[in-house]
Design a protein around this ligand. Structure first.
Ligand code: ATP
Length: 242
């Protein structure tokens, strides 16, 4: 149904902040209809890469496209790409339901989607409580619900399991797999290698902004655990959280 050669394509993508090169000449293709984990130590450029892909930050040089176009050139981007990058952006005085209503309205999406995504992420019972009373895991669910409003072809998540309990992590894994099975693509950045290992089809490993490895999980790990492969690739620079 979705026929793009790659869901995300970076070509010589580079971003500098003053003296810091956050992303350094990154060339990679992320395959469609799969879950890809973006891995790397703290400060390796994962979030900066995702922000450039979503048009939130301008590359210093090089390019990044999602679904075959620059994000800003996509037709109705909120229906094509959904993102949950930062749970701190949720208004504390607003209920989850109101947060979703506002997001629906501003994206021009039908209001029926609010009840559907609340059900989908298991937040129905908490929907009318103010977001300030939500746990981190509940805010993660609300951020995911927001990203899913437009039933996007590409879902981009930054540390989506952060704050989820084991049952929540299990639920997330199943939910992402079910979503990809509908023909969509998921890209997620994470530090938690055990979680990544059980969730993704492909991995992209960054270190200090540079690409260290990319490909199917089994190919990159070569029979080792992901942690061993990762520590070998990054020279022992540990990702936070593992
Ligand atoms: N707006 C900014 N201004 C200055 N430096 C920045 C900015 N955003 C990111 N950086 C720097 O760019 C580098 C890459 O940061 P980035 O947040 O992309 O890494 P990350 O891999 O997502 O890290 P983490 O795992 O800790 O979330 C870091 O050195 C960071 O300090």
């Amino acid at each position: 149904m979705h026929l793009w050669p790659a869901a995300l394509t970076a070509r010589h993508l580079t971003k500098t902040f003053g003296d810091v090169t956050a992303v350094d000449d990154l060339t990679v293709d992320i395959r469609p209809h799969r879950i890809t984990g973006l891995l790397g130590p703290n400060g390796s450029g994962k979030s900066t890469t995702l922000r450039m892909a979503l048009g939130l930050s301008r590359p210093t040089s090089g390019s990044v496209e999602v679904l075959g176009r620059r994000y800003r050139d996509l037709d109705r981007p909120t229906r094509r790409v959904g993102a949950a990058l930062d749970v701190t952006g949720i208004h504390p005085g607003r209920s989850g339901r109101d947060h979703l209503r506002v997001a629906c309205l501003s994206a021009g999406l039908p209001s029926e989607r609010v009840a559907e995504v609340l059900l989908g992420v298991g937040l129905v019972d908490a929907a009318d409580r103010k977001a300030r009373t939500y746990s981190l895991g509940m805010r993660q669910r609300l951020a995911l619900a927001t990203a899913l409003l437009g039933e996007p072809d590409l879902l981009v998540l930054d540390e989506p399991a952060n704050g989820l309990d084991p049952a929540g992590t299990h639920w997330l894994r199943e939910a992402l797999r079910a979503y990809v099975d509908t023909g969509a693509t998921v890209v997620l950045a994470s530090h938690v290698l055990a979680e990544i290992e059980q969730t993704v089809d492909d991995v992209v490993v960054l270190d200090r902004g540079r690409l260290l490895a990319a490909g199917p999980l089994a190919e990159v790990t070569g029979g080792r655990s992901l942690e061993d492969a990762y520590l070998g690739l990054t020279g022992g620079r540990r990702s936070g959280g593992c």
